[in-house]
Design a protein around this ligand. Structure first.
Ligand code: DP6
Length: 320
């Protein structure tokens, strides 16, 4: 029976935004993420008697997405000395409303399904390294709770691990859908262009200290410190994009309105913080007691906005 592998997406609280080696996807900085329960990818691999085929949510893919999947599969086949054409079937449970990149769950599930298909036994650390070769952020989706991707300097030393798979912290994420359009600049290109900013190197120099602040916040179960650090790190990343040469931004007018609303809510005593990835949508970090109030404030500020409430997800698993 074909096994189905499930991996959840993650949201970076300390961002990965720059590569030291683009072939191996070695990052310039270490990153830390929260794995999310609501968003995941299920993937199955079977043999194909004809050509390689990739199905996403039931429809056969051609073009870039199929090419990226099979470039990755071929890399893994060469690495493990295995061969053969494959049928890859993935279902993305990442609603467009989430505005969350699915490459983290997609490549984590793909790495897991590949090992399952060829009966390759790997540790979680090795699986994280394999997922990293497909998409950097996927290295963290092997684990639940909070995961850290230590940047390392080689293929062997660059992998993620769980800081804690069952966090005690009351940490909720509200994914606010402000814009459903695909992003203009994919992360891979955006993070390369960002390095032309004069603020990129100073930001990089802060990475270890910011990571430690975040680790300490998690260990101390300190939501305020976690939120402050997450928001700061995200704003630094977006300030670097704006100041790159040429400058660019993922923000849309509604992104700024949402950031201001988060600031207003905070000033009025409803504690919340935001983080934003390579797209216009805003994710609000808050505690359970404020979910209702924050949701209703966003609903009245933005017409027809879709909001998805998520919390901690689990690590990669085999469903059958
Ligand atoms: C802003 O993992 O999608 O979400 O390695 O080029 O596939 P590639 O990039 P990707 O970048 C994620 C960027 C980010 C921050 C993060 O998740 O750490």
């Amino acid at each position: 029976m074909t096994k189905t592998i499930r991996a959840h997406t993650n949201i970076a609280l300390i961002k990965y935004w720059g590569k030291a080696d683009s072939q191996l996807r070695l990052p310039l900085m270490s990153s830390l993420s929260m794995t999310l329960d609501k968003f995941y990818t299920d993937t199955q691999i079977t043999n194909s008697s004809t050509t390689n085929e990739f199905y996403l949510n039931g429809s056969k893919q051609t073009g870039n997405s199929a090419q990226r999947v099979f470039t990755y599969i071929k890399k893994l086949q060469a690495k493990f000395g295995v061969s053969g054409n494959l049928i890859v079937k993935s279902t993305n449970h990442v609603p467009t409303a989430a505005g969350l990149a699915s490459s983290s769950s997609a490549f984590a599930a793909l790495a897991g399904a590949f090992c399952e298909h060829y009966h390759i036994k790997v540790s979680q650390t090795e699986l994280s390294r394999l997922a990293r070769l497909g998409s950097g952020s996927a290295s963290r989706s092997i684990f639940g709770g909070f995961a850290i991707w230590q940047k390392g300097t080689t293929d062997e030393s660059s992998y993620a691990y769980a800081l804690t798979e069952k966090p005690k912290m009351d940490l909720q994420l509200l994914a606010i859908e402000l814009n459903q359009l695909p992003k203009d600049l994919p992360s891979t290109a955006g993070m390369q262009q960002a390095q032309t900013s004069p603020f990129f190197k100073p930001w990089l120099a802060r990475n270890e200290a910011e990571l430690n602040t975040m680790i300490n916040a998690i260990k101390a179960n300190d939501f305020s410190s976690l939120g402050q650090q997450a928001e700061l790190n995200a704003m630094e990343m977006h300030a670097i994009n704006l100041s790159a040469n040429p400058g660019f931004t993922y923000f849309e007018p509604n992104t700024l309105r949402a950031i201001k609303l988060v600031q207003q809510l905070r000033n009025s005593g409803i504690e919340c913080y935001c983080t934003i990835d390579a797209g216009p949508n805003v994710k609000v970090l808050c505690q359970l007691r404020n979910v209702k109030e924050i949701t209703s404030r966003f609903m009245s500020e933005f017409q027809n906005v879709k909001i998805i409430h998520a919390s901690f997800g689990t690590g990669i698993s085999c469903l059958n």
